[in-house]
Ligand binder design. Structure first.
Ligand code: KIV
Length: 273
């Protein structure tokens, strides 16, 4: 079936539906999104999950990192995207320091899920973050975890670098992935991780693992929308691809991305660590 027809015929993407896609070996296509016009295009292309990422601090606001993004800004963009989505599952990032303790995490999640229309919040890290994940999940705030290159930790990491290289780092990351799943996370984004390690984590976890720079064996892929349209200023990350260049229009680029992810053609060898 053509992707456009598939998009209009499809049922709403839910968290259980994503779990079923993993168990059937169907790849999940996810993209970041920050406004209603692009959200309508993403919906029409049949993207499964839209992420209002705090990457908006960099690609929309032109900041050097994501750390200055506020909860008010996340709420504004999440509400804008939610207006235009029908069947696409909406995930919103909890910004830096908004989940520093359970009280703030609950309030921030209530805002993004309850007020703004997200179905799930995403937060970065494991360790003490696992306590926050359990607390949110127990209160019906579904959580997507984010491990590997966690941009909110850019200063500690010393830049935007591949994570999980070498045996000790790989074992730590593997243990963190199991820990966030045990804490109740229902999806995991793995960013900038060697493909072999990401494949091992994907096999070990029951929840969907969505890669960005983590190889083709993940259960799905996510890219920053402006990177995959080739409009982010500066050098495109190795793991991204300009789909607009070949496709010629935004709707065609989005459909090409969905098809490439579904068929396991993206990421290719040149996008992998
Ligand atoms: O903020 C964001 O866009 C993200 C993606 C890179 C996964 O977290």
């Amino acid at each position: 079936m053509h992707v456009e027809a598939a998009a209009s015929a499809r049922k709403p993407v839910t968290i259980p539906a994503l779990l079923a896609m993993k168990s059937h070996g169907e790849k999940i296509a996810m993209l970041t999104c920050y406004d209603a016009s692009f959200a309508a295009q993403i919906e029409a292309a049949g993207v499964d999950v839209a992420l209002v990422g705090d990457s908006l601090g960099m690609v929309v606001q032109g900041r050097r990192n994501t750390l200055s993004v506020t909860l008010d800004e996340m709420a504004y963009h999440t509400r804008s995207v939610a207006q235009a989505l029908d069947n696409t599952l909406l995930v919103a990032d909890l910004p830096y320091m908004s989940y520093r303790d359970a009280k703030h995490a609950r309030e921030a999640s209530a805002r993004l899920i309850g007020d703004c229309g997200a179905a799930m919040v995403k937060l970065e890290g494991a360790g003490w973050v696992c306590g926050i994940i359990s607390d949110l999940v127990a209160r019906e705030a579904p959580v997507c975890a984010h491990l590997g290159l966690t941009p909110q930790a850019v200063h500690r990491l010393g830049g935007y670098k591949v994570q999980g290289r070498g045996q000790d780092a790989a074992e730590r990351l593997f243990a963190d992935a199991l820990a966030v799943q045990d804490a109740g996370a229902e999806m995991l984004v793995l960013e900038a991780v060697p493909a072999e390690l990401a494949a091992r984590i994907t096999r070990a976890l029951a929840i969907p693992v969505i890669g960005i720079g983590a190889g083709a064996a993940c259960d799905g892929q996510v890219l920053v929308l402006y990177d995959m349209l080739g409009i982010t200023p500066g050098k495109r990350p190795k793991f991204s691809k300009d789909f607009l260049d070949e496709a010629g229009s935004v709707p065609a680029a989005l459909r090409a991305y969905v098809e490439a992810v579904r068929q396991g053609r993206f990421p290719a060898a040149e996008h992998v660590y």
